[in-house]
Design a protein around this ligand. Structure first.
Ligand SMILES: [Ca+2]
Ligand SMILES: [Ca+2]
Ligand SMILES: [Ca+2]
Ligand SMILES: [Ca+2]
Length: 257
């Protein structure tokens, strides 16, 4: 996921200085108040954005789908299938931009990430039958599409995309209902291989929701948004790092970026 939408200040003066990290879009308050939450230096920071409009649909997450180096808020109206994007400014949201015509509601926009490594985040879909497909994005528009792998069984949930093998592409991350976390290593939009990153025994009882560089160290983590038994925020880095309870005003949170 991209790291340009930073809240707080990046540390400077050291080759190992951490970045400010990715942000989580959060719906809070009365249901349409949007905040961006981030954890630079391990501290929760939030920034409020203007509310969504009634026609926006649900937030899928943040991603740079037009390649300008800044994240957009990507939304899908799950009744019509319509996908739209809104640019994120300082406390504001830009006008809604149509990304493409609606797709059938058997397809769900499941993650955002640059799976073909061209520098622009792509839209990752999953069909009701498990099939994974991505839209190659260019300038904020859908310019091509391709299936990725074969349908997976319904024991697996696609939780996000991020860097896990050092290549240019974001890799696709799954969690099994038994806890195991598995990565599809991507190369130019194609699934290259699979690798387990957390065993079912290690992740027992922890459910991950998204993938991003939450702590700003330049490496992506799998992140739990209230999926732990105590409704805590947590991420995995050689074990579970607990960040504390979900703020009670948070109604839902989306894919970070
Ligand atoms: Ca952008
Ligand atoms: Ca791409
Ligand atoms: Ca990769
Ligand atoms: Ca990180």
């Amino acid at each position: 996921m991209i790291r340009s939408l930073c809240i707080g200040l990046a540390l400077t003066g050291s080759a190992t200085a951490s970045l400010a990290g990715d942000s989580i879009p959060v719906v809070s308050g009365d249901g349409n108040l949007i905040e961006l939450a981030s954890y630079p230096g391990g501290v929760l920071k939030t920034q409020s954005l203007q509310p969504l409009s009634a026609t926006d649909g649900e937030i899928v997450g943040l991603g740079d789908i037009d390649g300008d180096g800044r994240a957009e808020l990507v939304l899908q109206n799950f009744e019509t299938g319509q996908v739209s994007a809104r640019k994120v400014g300082a406390g504001t949201l830009g006008a809604s931009t149509k990304v493409s015509d609606p797709v059938g509601t058997v397809w769900r926009l499941s993650a955002i990430g640059d799976v073909d490594g061209d520098g622009t985040d792509d839209l990752i879909w999953q069909h009701d039958n498990g099939q994974v497909h991505y839209w190659k994005m260019l300038g904020g528009k859908h310019v091509a599409g391709a299936d990725i792998g074969t349908p997976v069984d319904d024991g697996w949930t696609l939780i996000g995309a991020g860097h896990f093998d050092g290549g240019a592409e974001d890799d696709i991350v799954w969690q099994h209902s038994a806890g195991q976390v598995h990565v599809w290593v991507m190369s130019q939009g194609t699934r290259l291989r699979g690798m387990d990153i957390i065993s079912g025994q290690e992740a027992s009882g922890v459910y991950f929701d998204t993938v991003c560089d939450l702590d700003g160290d330049g490496r992506d983590e799998v992140v739990s948004l209230g999926g732990t038994p105590e409704a805590e925020l947590a991420f995995w880095k050689q074990g579970l790092t607990r960040l504390g309870a979900m703020p009670s005003s948070w109604l839902s949170a989306a894919h970070c970026g």
